[in-house]
Design a protein around this ligand. Sequence first.
Ligand SMILES: [Zn+2]
Length: 59
Amino acid sequence: MAVPKRKTSKARKRKRRAHLALATPATSVCDRCGADKVPHAICESCGHYRGRDVLALDA
Ligand SMILES: [Zn+2]
């Protein structure tokens, strides 16, 4: 059975994992209310998407 010749050092392991960080989620600004929102999705604060009301919100 194949066995690694050397133990992976802490430094080598950490260098390899330096590229594994999670990227920050993309955000965009709502055209109508200016709130931060998820791109290509309905605005959660005003229910607006691409120039029209999609979601009926109270108040
Ligand atoms: Zn909005």
